[in-house]
Design a binder for this molecule. Structure first.
Ligand code: CA
Ligand code: CA
Length: 241
């Protein structure tokens, strides 16, 4: 530009499109601006940036999964067979299982903006299904806002021992472990170390006859099957309790 200017003048007409690939509530531009004054000196502005608030078009939930018998350094990708999803008030499911990373980190993005809560549901083989109701969007002055919400269960680990995933830990789980004894069978391999053995049974013993408090109507636990009790099976497997 060769035209000389002075005073306050509109210099730039800027239209910005914010990318929606990642959740954000603000945007910033930080261009470099320089001008030449009447003496011919080139002057650079130290700052010419601007920041805006953005109304998100979606919400997201992220965090780290945990479960009683799963080691802190377990790899939560693939073979562990875990799932994490959110279910909205209309029953639509948003499955984040494919985002599970080593150590159990997950992220479920592109959730609809709503002030109705979602159901957060974690499933891990050998453990009770864990459910929590979490609000993800918020309403402020009549406007619905998306949120990025960190949700994790560091202090709440679903109990281990529910091999058949029927929301009770009872003789049927003990029998399932006995049938898979010394095999690499994920459902009965409660601690996910690649083999069903005496290291898996203590979880069932310690949580014996528990019902899943997150289940709507868990059945009553059963103490005997085929005339055998927990103690009978422990004796058969030569496990001392
Ligand atoms: Ca069970
Ligand atoms: Ca095991």
């Amino acid at each position: 530009m060769d035209e000389p200017v002075s005073g306050n003048i509109p210099a730039i007409n800027l239209t910005l499109k914010v990318r929606d690939t990642a959740f954000t509530v603000s945007a910033i531009v930080n261009p470099t601006v320089a001008y030449t004054n009447e003496l011919g000196n080139r002057i650079s502005l130290s700052t010419a940036g601007m920041e805006w608030m953005i109304q998100p078009t979606f919400s997201e939930v992220f965090g780290t999964l945990k479960a009683e018998a799963i080691a802190y350094n377990a790899d939560w990708r693939g073979a562990i067979g875990a799932s994490i999803k959110l279910i909205d008030a209309n029953g639509i499911e948003y499955d984040g299982s494919s985002t599970l990373a080593i150590f159990g980190d997950y992220r479920i993005s592109k959730l609809p903006v709503t002030d109705k809560p979602f159901i957060w549901e974690q499933k891990v083989p050998g453990h009770f299904t864990m459910k929590r109701v979490i609000p993800v969007g918020v309403e402020k002055k009549g406007i619905l806002w998306g949120q990025s919400l960190q949700y994790f269960n560091f202090n709440e680990r679903p109990a281990a021992g529910d091999v058949n995933q029927d929301d009770v830990i009872d003789i049927r789980d003990v029998l399932a472990i006995q049938q898979a004894w010394n095999k690499n069978e994920r459902a009965s391999d409660i601690n996910f170390d690649g083999v069903v053995n005496a290291k898996d049974m203590p979880y069932v013993v310690n949580n014996y006859l528990k019902q899943n408090s997150d289940a709507e109507n868990p059945q009553a636990p059963v103490e005997q099957a085929d005339g055998k009790t927990l103690q009978d099976i422990l004796t058969e497997l030569q496990i001392s309790s």
